[in-house]
Design a protein around this ligand. Structure first.
Ligand code: SF4
Ligand code: SF4
Length: 454
């Protein structure tokens, strides 16, 4: 297999042997529609939307029900046809906002498989940059790799972009939702990449895939050849966290994004493979971002990938997967390296409520272990060696615990990409990633407040 001539990025780990992904890699995507969805009015980080409906209103799948008011927000749409039952305040993964509960009457628009853009490359000659970006904004496009940035904003840059990188590396252990999408929605993805390439005004686009996904590489290479655009499939060696924007740019283009800078500063835009599919759905299928594929895996009876409406209860996904198989467990939203733990020793009988699928929920993972006991730091610097951002996680951890946020800032906590490598490498099982990420958010908040006062 032909590999990209590789620059590389510092740090990183090899957290798994492939058996984790093998649990679901061969399972085709199933469809599921719950009887009720609960849609939080904050689907992107810090991006609260104003709710536009009230109890008793009938809504249709794809109808706008949340209007973006904050800079970081993207519009939110009903994910099913139904009736609004209730509006309530909900806290989910540290996000607190209004939530809209809708009783499902039907799944709404059918799966898009019958539409031409799902089956062949389509004529895009009528689409220009501005029209595409407008559709992405109207469709509530959010980065589907987990970061939750209102992804259409990346394409509004006035910087010169030479390369669009499409992130299909899916380096996080256990997750295969992107992999299955590349196999099952191949044409939609390549059509989406062609649209994003136009929206970026880039010279070329690279679909980046790690070498542990040969079927996806082969499939997309075949399709890319059918088009006329300068698209290529770039194969990378398997390494974590290659899916981080900075790491991907460094690995493929050999360019370093400056501290505090953006990919556009070095002529690149990075979007996830799921974002490309969503872009095709919006522009060519008229479907806003109302569904996503979620990998449900780990210690469950029947792991798999499921296409669900936004707002689907995680509890139902675990039931659909046959239930958890271990008493001592940690339920993670997303992958094991970056996902937050949403419950420990969870059973259906415990009555503990679990969150609801959002635009950025890539997985639900059950790990066969209870919460880990932290030990004191032994200054081994293992966390420093693996940090791809070049930070000293144990020092930031210490400063954060002492509430010395000036020191957190001096230690560049704002540069943390929340990859989880430090926690993975720490022999003392310290919750480094969680606390450095919290320090990062605090430092960034302080920096924003200072900027407003100036
Ligand atoms: S400090 Fe942040 S960037 Fe560095 S390894 Fe930990 S989570 Fe990753
Ligand atoms: S890896 Fe853990 S024990 Fe070692 S220096 Fe970092 S925090 Fe301390």
């Amino acid at each position: 297999m032909e590999m990209a001539k590789q620059a590389t990025f510092p740090g990183g780990v090899h957290p798994a042997d492939g058996s984790d992904k093998a649990l679901t890699a061969d399972r085709p995507i199933q469809l599921y529609t719950p009887q009720q969805v609960t849609i939080l009015m904050e689907q992107t980080i810090g991006g609260t939307c104003q709710l536009l409906v009230k109890p008793g209103d009938r809504v249709q799948a794809g109808q706008k029900i949340g209007e973006a008011k904050a800079f970081m927000a993207a519009d939110i749409h009903a994910s099913v046809d139904g009736t609004v039952l209730e509006v309530k305040s909900l806290e989910q993964n540290g996000r607190k906002a209004e939530a809209c509960v809708i009783r499902t009457e039907s799944a709404g628009q059918p799966a898009q498989g019958h539409l031409p853009y799902m089956r062949a490359l389509t004529d895009l000659s009528g689409w220009e940059k501005e029209g595409i970006i407008q559709k992405l904004q109207e469709g509530g496009l959010a980065g589907m790799g987990g970061a939750g940035f209102p992804a259409y904003k990346k394409y509004l840059t006035d910087k010169k972009i030479d390369t669009l990188l499409i992130n299909g590396v899916e380096c996080e252990p256990y997750l295969t939702c992107d992999y299955r999408s590349m196999l099952e929605y191949s044409y939609a993805i390549v059509n989406g990449v062609r649209l994003l390439w136009k929206a970026a005004g880039a010279e070329k686009a690279c679909i980046c895939i790690e070498d542990n996904k040969p079927l996806a590489i082969e499939r997309l290479r075949q399709i890319v050849k059918e088009g006329e655009e300068p698209l290529e499939v770039t194969v990378l060696p398997t390494r974590y966290p290659q899916g981080g924007e900075r790491q991907l740019i460094q690995a493929v283009l050999g360019r370093e994004v400056p501290q505090g800078g953006l990919p556009a500063d070095v002529g690149a835009i990075v979007s996830n493979i799921g974002t490309a599919k969503a872009a095709a759905d919006m522009v060519l299928g008229g479907l806003p971002l109302i569904r996503r594929v979620v990998t449900v895996t780990g210690s469950v009876k029947n792991p798999g990938n499921i296409l669900v409406p936004v707002g689907t209860p995680v509890r139902e996904l675990l039931e659909l997967a046959g239930g958890v198989t271990v008493r001592q467990n940690r339920v993670i939203l997303g992958g094991p390296m970056t996902g937050p733990c949403i419950a420990s020793d969870w059973t259906p009988e415990s009555g503990e409520e679990l969150p609801f699928v959002s635009k950025t929920t890539s997985g639900v993972l059950v790990l066969p272990e209870s919460r880990l006991e932290e030990q004191p730091c032994m200054r081994c610097e293992g966390c420093v060696r693996v940090c791809p951002a070049g930070l000293k996680p144990y020092q930031i951890d210490c400063a954060y615990l002492e509430e010395d946020y000036d020191l957190c800032e001096k230690l560049y906590a704002s540069e943390c990409i929340a990859c989880g490598c430090c926690s993975y490498a720490c022999p003392a099982k310290r919750e480094l990633s969680f606390r450095v990420r919290s320090a990062r958010d605090l430092v960034k908040q302080r920096q924003r407040e200072r900027a407003v006062k100036k």
